[in-house]
Design a protein around this ligand. Sequence first.
Ligand code: PFF
Length: 350
Amino acid sequence: MAKRETFGSRFAVIMAMAGSAIGLGNIWRFPYTVGEGGGAAFIIVYLISSLFLAMPIFMAESIIGRTAHAGTFGSMEKLAPGTKWKYVGLLTVIAPLILVSYYSVVGGWSFEYLLKALSFSFNADSMDQIDSMFGSFISGTWGPLLCHTLFITATCLIVLAGVKNGIEKFAKLTMPLLFILIVLIMIYAVTLPGAAQGVEYMLKPDFSKLTGRAVASAMGQSFFSLSLGVGVILIYSSYISKEENLLSSGLGTAGFDLMFAMIAGFAVMPAVFAAGIEPGAGPGLIFQTMPYIFVKMGMDAPWLSATVSILFFLTIFVAALTSSISMVEAGVAYLTEEKGLSRKKAVFVI
Ligand code: PFF
């Protein structure tokens, strides 16, 4: 059996876990579900659910993983030997793979938009096409396929480098940077003309919009955002050393994730209102709203617009990457630990 690696420090644990937690869920999904669910009322349910449902489950996964010091299948077998619980463990090997199959598609979109930003495609000439740009890209064949392939290849290369040299190093390098970037983008967004309405939307609850569906969606968001129920937190926790305080690293991760989602909301929602776009526009929200803002801004300040657009899509791309590596790692851990495959073979199979 391959020797188990462990994360090097508390900072590394929190960065790696936050790397999994902070992703498209925070920057892409959170703002559009807040938009669909009626704003602040949705956020209140999300916060309550994060604190009282998601956090205890996060701790439970953490404790199981660290105690058993094994992947999902092995943990169940160790803690309940000879029972059928190990098959629940097996399910949590499959679930992240199903997740990553669509997550990487949206990851590919973020890569395409990063390329568009790098090639200064959000300019005055593109104003009329901004709305259709997104639709025509995602309904194409080769573009999304190529971007998806590049995204998943990047994911696999990081996982291939291992827990310490790949996952830990990449998260330690990128997560603090992402935080700084999203704060800068938020500061810019709230100063846009017309942004105040977006800030109000995030802060003033309108409970009449809070349908049963919105409540379920807010609860789902709190689970998705903390990467719960699919074994990923369990696996990352199995890489935590026995000396580490699980409550501190858990609170650090959840706090970072919540804060990031709120900041992303305050970055996107004011921009949505400033652009005069419907907040309930759905999954295309950031891919349609933000370029619109960048085009408008580019008319007065082309360099500022180019810089902010590159930073914005870079943030989404890297955040998506640190999450998708955790999903791929779940399957890789199973194949290396339970089936004796080398990391290289396991990554290839996954
Ligand atoms: N928490 C990630 C996000 O918010 O984008 C999504 C995620 C990652 C869900 C890993 C589940 C998972 F196992």
